[in-house]
Design a protein around this ligand. Structure first.
Ligand SMILES: Cc1cc2nc3c(=O)[nH]c(=O)nc-3n(C[C@H](O)[C@H](O)[C@H](O)COP(=O)(O)OP(=O)(O)OC[C@H]3O[C@@H](n4cnc5c(N)ncnc54)[C@H](O)[C@@H]3O)c2cc1C
Length: 364
C-alpha cells in the first residue's frame, strides 16, 4: 500500500503502453491503470497499418523510431509483424502526379500494381517499402501481457478520476507515483476537462468494417489517402487533386473517406474508413457510409460481392496538432496522439515523452 511508483500511466491503449514500455526500459517502476477489462479503444479498432512513409515532420521522426521499436518488440513479444510495405494505388493521372512529386517509395506501373495487389483499374502507384503492418486485435493485448510478465504492474478495471502531485486518484483507491501520465485518448475531457477544452481536443469517429479475406498481401492506400496524409500535402499538385475530388466525388469528400485496406491473418479484410469530428459523437452510424465503403471496395478490387463480417465505430482524439504533450501540474502530464496515426507513431512518441518527463527538467 505504501509503494511509490516512479511512473503511473493512465490508459493501456498503444499510447499508454508506449509510455509504460519506455519507462520500463529505463529501469523505472511502472504501474498502468485502465478502466476497461482489456484493450478496447482505438488501439484494437484500427487497420494495424504502420504508415511510416506517409508521415512528415515530427510525426515522421516518431514513426521511424516506432518502426525500430516495433521490430524489436515483435521479436521479444512474438506478435505478428509484416514488413512488406504498402502499395498506394493511383487510379487517375493527378494521383500519379502527387505520388511522383512526393518522392516517396518506388513508383510502380499499372502492371506492377496489378502483380502486387488485386486492384483493378490502377494507372500506376508506389511501393512504400518502409511501411509495416500489425494485427490491431493482437498488438495491444500482446504488448500489455508481455509488459506485465516483465514486471510492469498493469491493473485492468481501474478508472482514474484525477491526479495531483504524487497521487493518482482512482475509483479503486489512490496510487502514489513520482510522475503520472494521462494517456486516455479521446476521453481526456472525462478526467481533465479544462485541459481538453483548452487544447481543443475533440473526438473523431470512424466507420469501419471487416470482410472475408481476398488474399491482400500488401496494405493498399488510394488517392483519398493522398488527401489525408502529411507526406502528400506539400506537393504542388495536392490542391488540384483535392479540387478534382471535391467536384467529382462529393460523397467521398462529405464522409471524409480514407479508402484503404489491410488484411490480417485469421481475421479478414479491413475496409475503411470515414471521419466525423465533434466533442460528443452521435452513436448512430450512417448506413450511407457502409454502402460507400462496400461499393468502393468492390469497385477497386473488381469484386461482385463482399462478405461483411463485422462493423464498428472507432474513436480517436482529434486536436489541432498531431500530438499533445502537456504538463498539467508538478509531476502530472497529459500525452496523446491527436490524429489517426497512433499505431504508426506511438512507440517513438512515448519514448520521447518519457525521456523528457524523467529528465531533470520534467521531474518534479
Ligand atoms: C478506425 C481507426 C483506424 C485507424 N487506423 C490506424 C492505422 O491504420 N494506423 C495508425 O497508425 N493509426 C490508426 N488509427 C489511430 C490509432 O488507432 C490511434 O491513434 C491509437 O490507437 C490511439 O491510442 P490511444 O492509446 O491514445 O487510445 P485508446 O486505444 O483508445 O486507449 C485509451 C485507453 O484509455 C483508457 N481510459 C480512458 N479513460 C480512462 C480513465 N479515466 N481511467 C482509466 N483508463 C481510461 C481506455 O479504456 C483505453 O483503453 C486508427 C484509429 C481508428 C479509430
Amino acid at each position: 500500500m505504501n509503494r511509490t511508483y516512479d511512473v503511473a500511466v493512465v490508459g493501456a491503449g498503444i499510447v499508454g503502453l508506449a509510455h509504460a514500455a519506455a519507462a520500463h526500459a529505463r529501469g523505472l517502476d511502472v504501474v498502468v491503470v485502465d478502466r476497461a477489462e482489456r484493450p478496447n479503444g482505438s488501439t484494437v479498432r484500427n487497420f494495424g497499418h504502420v504508415g511510416v512513409s506517409v508521415q512528415a515532420g515530427v510525426a515522421r521522426e516518431h514513426a521511424e523510431r516506432s518502426r525500430e521499436l516495433l521490430i524489436s518488440y515483435a521479436q521479444r513479444v512474438g506478435f505478428w509483424l509484416a514488413r512488406r510495405g504498402t502499395v498506394i494505388a493511383a487510379t487517375a493521372d493527378d494521383e500519379m502526379q502527387v505520388l511522383r512529386e512526393s518522392g516517396e517509395g518506388r513508383l510502380l506501373s499499372a502492371r506492377e500494381v496489378g502483380e502486387l495487389t488485386p486492384v483493378s483499374g490502377a494507372v500506376g502507384g508506389a511501393l512504400l517499402k518502409d511501411d509495416m503492418q500489425v494485427s490491431p486485435r493482437e498488438l495491444g493485448p500482446a504488448l500489455a501481457a508481455w509488459l506485465q510478465r516483465d514486471g510492469v504492474d498493469i491493473r485492468w478495471g481501474v478508472p482514474a478520476l484525477g491526479a495531483e502531485t504524487g497521487v493518482l486518484h482512482t475509483a479503486r483507491g489512490e496510487i502514489r507515483a513520482e510522475a503520472i501520465v494521462f494517456c486516455v485518448g479521446p476521453d481526456l475531457d472525462h478526467v481533465l476537462p479544462d485541459v481538453a477544452r483548452r487544447a481543443g481536443i475533440e473526438r473523431c469517429g470512424l466507420d469501419m468494417l471487416l470482410a472475408g479475406g481476398i488474399g491482400l498481401e500488401f496494405p493498399v492506400l488510394t488517392g483519398t489517402s493522398m488527401l489525408r496524409y502529411s507526406a502528400f500535402r506539400e506537393t504542388p499538385s495536392y490542391e488540384a487533386l483535392r479540387t478534382r475530388m471535391e467536384n467529382e466525388r462529393p460523397d467521398v469528400i462529405d464522409l471524409d473517406v480514407n479508402q484503404m485496406y489491410t488484411e490480417a491473418p485469421g481475421l479478414g479484410l479491413f475496409v475503411g474508413d470515414t471521419h466525423y469530428v465533434d466533442r460528443t459523437l452521435s452513436p448512430f452510424q450512417d448506413e450511407r457510409a457502409f454502402d460507400l465503403l462496400i461499393r468502393e471496395a468492390k469497385r477497386l478490387f473488381g469484386l461482385t460481392g463482399l462478405a461483411v463480417l463485422q462493423r464498428w465505430q472507432g474513436v480517436y482524439a482529434q486536436g489541432p496538432g498531431e500530438f499533445l504533450e502537456e504538463q498539467v501540474s508538478d509531476g502530472v502530464f497529459v500525452s496523446s496522439v491527436t490524429t489517426g496515426i497512433g499505431m504508426t507513431t506511438a512507440l517513438g512518441f512515448g519514448e520521447r515523452v518519457v525521456e523528457k518527463i524523467t529528465s531533470h527538467e520534467g521531474a518534479r
